[in-house]
Ligand binder design. Structure first.
Ligand code: ZN
Length: 466
């Protein structure tokens, strides 16, 4: 990173210093440029309806913004594009909302109005409502088949991509089953005794991820893969050794990812923990500071791939490995959530920018290859709110100078100042583009995403048998 870049203002458009090559140009179908509304454009609506009615998709790409509530979307839009600008996310014509409540352990008839990422991801991964902390298990702790497992049984290629740790709930719930999200590696199974390998269980999340064997696993969390397996075939060896025995090739840099081919399953570990946030800026505080702009994170590792690069590589590898049988890919922007827990609006905004850039890659890929449904959603809302600039808030705030040149006051009041900020319980957006996209309309629940995807597979199978 050059000295210049560390003081470079970060605003508008994709991330300023890296990863912008390959950003798609505007194309028919979904214009990727910013600005203007799509309402009232009947030719766009007819085009989208025609595409949506072209049968069942062969491929599904599910994009997830972790903690991407409507407040987070609006804050990012105001900062990146202006109040009258548009993100790529805003260009989807088929949009709806989904409820995301979780349930009480042992009693799925009792509702919990604020979900965590584990219960939310389990909802779309399995179609089952469960309790906060649950990974791929129902409210009683019983394992439930996941989309990645079901896709694999159909002979489809599968992939999980995230900027968080690969054992974080959003990817984990697609391919593993543990009683509690803390069961990430063999050394952290205190709350998942029944699943621990030494107790005859299937092992921790990372052990199960490797055994489920998606074709592509890209993200962070290397520390858990280096832990030692405690029982079974790989006892005394690391989870990385187990991955190698399963055929995984390991890459740890953007260059390694770019050079990886489709010759076998691919494991990309680009950090011990989560990947680094691209931008930094003033964190929320109780004494209001002046309006600030975000800066490029001077500590951003030069060899960390962007979410867009990971998405592009995953799509090409999955398409090749699927050999015509289709693929299921989940792409998560995980740092929206962690930055929001920290009251770090610049970290949050840069991750929404990275998500939007990855969405553009996914849409362009879908346009070029066809037969691909692109879905976008979030697991839950988060702590940020836009409030009037002259309000006296009991919470912590950050004032940012937004794209329009106006100050935007962001309020964080979901917990006492100094305490970790928390999720909120509002419904979240779901958007769709491509074959069957017209199924996404109005209000649904996160579990409906599971039914939508598996329903398409069943219809495809029924059609193929005729
Ligand atoms: Zn969270």
């Amino acid at each position: 990173m050059s000295g210049d870049a560390t003081t470079q203002h970060a605003r508008g458009g994709p991330r300023p210093s890296r990863g912008t090559r390959g950003t798609p140009q505007p194309r028919p179908g979904i214009p990727l440029s910013s600005g203007g509304s799509v309402w009232g454009d009947s030719s766009r609506a007819e085009e989208a309806l025609a595409l949506a009615s072209t049968g069942r998709p062969r491929n599904v790409i599910l994009f997830v913004g972790d903690g991407l509530g409507e407040d987070e979307i609006t804050i990012a839009r105001n900062y990146l594009r202006g109040a009258d600008g548009r993100l790529v996310l805003d260009r989807f014509l088929f949009t709806g909302t989904v409820t995301n409540y979780s349930v009480v352990p042992g009693d799925p008839t009792r509702h919990n109005y604020v979900t965590d990422s584990a219960a939310a991801a389990t909802a779309w991964a399995t179609g089952v409502k469960t309790y906060n902390g649950a990974i791929g298990v129902d409210a009683f702790g019983a394992p439930v088949p996941t989309l990645v497992e079901l896709a694999g049984q159909r002979g489809m290629a599968t992939g999980l991509v995230t900027t968080e740790e690969l054992c974080d709930p959003t990817p984990a719930a697609m391919a593993a089953h543990v009683a509690d999200r803390s069961g990430r590696g063999p050394d952290t199974m205190e709350r998942c005794r029944a699943q621990a390998a030494e107790n005859g269980g299937p092992g921790s999340i990372v052990e199960q991820l490797v055994r489920t064997r998606p074709d592509v696993l890209l993200g962070g969390g290397g520390q858990y893969f280096r832990q030692t397996v405690r029982a079974g075939e790989f006892q005394g060896r690391t989870v990385l050794d187990q991955a190698a025995a399963a055929g995984y090739r390991l890459v740890t840099t953007a260059a390694g990812l770019a050079a990886a081919d489709a010759g076998g399953p691919l494991l990309g570990l680009f950090g011990d923990g989560a990947l680094a946030r691209a931008w930094v800026g003033p964190k929320a505080r109780t004494d209001r500071g002046p309006a600030a702009v975000c800066r490029v994170n001077p500590d951003l590792p030069a060899d960390q791939p962007t979410l867009a690069r990971m998405t592009a590589r995953a799509l090409d590898i999955l398409d090749e490995r699927a050999e015509g049988r289709g693929f299921l890919l989940q792409v998560e922007a995980g740092l929206i959530d962690t930055a929001s827990h920290d009251g770090d609006p610049c970290g949050m905004i840069s991750e929404v920018a990275a998500f939007d850039e990855a969405l553009a890659v996914g849409l362009q890929w879908a346009e070029e290859h066809g037969e691909t449904l692109v879905l976008v959603t979030a697991d839950h809302g988060h702590s940020a709110q836009i409030v009037p600039v002259d309000v006296e808030s009991p919470g912590a705030t950050t004032m940012l100078l937004a794209h329009d040149g106006e100050p935007m006051l962001i309020n964080y009041a979901t917990n006492l100042p100094g305490e970790i900020l928390v999720h909120t319980g509002a419904q979240v957006r779901v958007a769709a583009h491509g074959p069957s996209a017209a199924a996404v309309l109005g209000l649904g629940d996160q579990t409906d995403l599971f039914r939508l995807i598996t329903g398409m597979w069943e219809e495809k199978d029924a059609h193929a048998e005729v």
